[in-house]
Design a protein around this ligand. Sequence first.
Ligand SMILES: [Zn+2]
Ligand SMILES: [Zn+2]
Length: 401
Amino acid sequence: MRDAVDPLIDAVREDVIGWRRHLHANPELSFQEHETAAFVADRLAEIDGVEVSRPTETGVVGRLVGGRPGPTLAIRADLDALPIVEATGLPFASTREGVMHACGHDGHTSILLGATTVLAGLRDELPGELRLIFQPGEETLPGGAEALVAAGAMDGVDAVIGLHLWAPDPVDTLVVRPGRLMAACDVFRIVVQGRGGHIGIPQDAIDPIAIGAQVVTALQHIVSREVDPLEPAIVGVTGFHAGDSIGVIPQTAVITGGTNAFSPAVQELFERRIGEIATAVCAAHGATCSYEWTPGYRAVLNDEELTARVASIATELFGADAVRSGTPLMVGEDFSAYAQLAPSCFVMLGAGNVERGITFEHHHPRFDVDEGALDHGVRLFVHSALELLSSLPTRAKELAR
Ligand SMILES: [Zn+2]
Ligand SMILES: [Zn+2]
C-alpha cells in the first residue's frame, strides 16, 4: 500500500502549499470564515467521491465513503484567523489589515484538503468512512466544535484525530502524547462597583481601581496557596479597564481573565474562589462586585490506545527519533469537544525552524511555519486513516457483541 500512497502524496504537495498561501493571504476571523468555508467546500466538491455539507454557517463537513464496509474515522481541521496585524513580510502575507493566520490554521485546512485528495484516490480499497471536519471559530469561545457536534458531524464516528502545527517544536518532529495534552480553559469577568468622585476628595468616594488592584493580586493566592503544587493551574488577569480622566475616581473597574487547568476539581475551585475573593476584597473596602464565570473548552485528553497506535504509525513514517511524548501544554483547544463522543488523538506537529528564522510563537505578528510540516501532516493523516480504518472496531460491532 505504501508504494501506491507515496506518489499520490508527492502529487498533492504543491497544491497543499498553494492552498495554504491562498488562505494565509485571505484570513478571516472566528465565525466570519465565509470565503474560507466556500473555498474548502469548492475544493472538496472537486474531489471525486466526496460529499460536501455545510451544517453550520461557516462549518464544512466532507464524507468519503470507502468501497467496503468498516468503521468511521473523523479528521478535524480549523479555519479561523486572529485579529493581529501581520508583520512577517512574506510574499503571501495577509491582504486584510488587522487579520492574520497567526496560529497555523491555514496549514491545518490545507493539510486536511491534501489528505482528502490522496485518500479519495484510494477510495475503492478504503474500508469504512472518513468524516472530514473543517470547523470555524477555534480561537473564540464558545468555539465552533460544539455547534458542529450538535449538528451531527460526529454521528456514527468511531474515532477522531487532529493535529496542530506547533512552531515551538522543530519541523521534522512531532509530539504524540497519551493522556493529558492541552488544558481546559475558562473565563471570568469581575465588575468592581465603587462610588465615583473627585481625586482630591477620596474620603467621599469608593475607589474601584485601588480595590480592583487588590482583587488582581489576591487572585494569585488561589494558585500559590489553594491548589496542589503538583497540579498544573493558571489564573491570568488579562484585562483591567477603569477610568479615563486624571481628576476623576471612576464608578467601576472591569477585570477580565482566564484560567487553565486539567483537573475538573481545580476548575470548580477556580469558579467558586475567584468570585468569593473578589466579593470579599470589595466588601472589605465598601465596594460591591458582580462576577461572571463562563465555561470554555474542556481539556484535550488523548485516548491511550488510539494514541499508542498513532505513535507507532508516526514512528514508522518519521523514525523513532522524531516522535516524542512531550509534556502537557496549558493552552486550550476545542478539539476536546469531539473527544467527548469517540476515542481521540490530537498531535502537535513541529513547524519551527531556527536556521530559517521561523522562531516566533503562535499569535505573534511574525508567526510563521516551515511549510515542510504540511507534507508531514498529509502523510500522518493519510497513513493514520489507512491504518485505523482497517483496524478500528466499529460501534456497530460493539453493539452486536
Ligand atoms: Zn491559536
Ligand atoms: Zn490554533
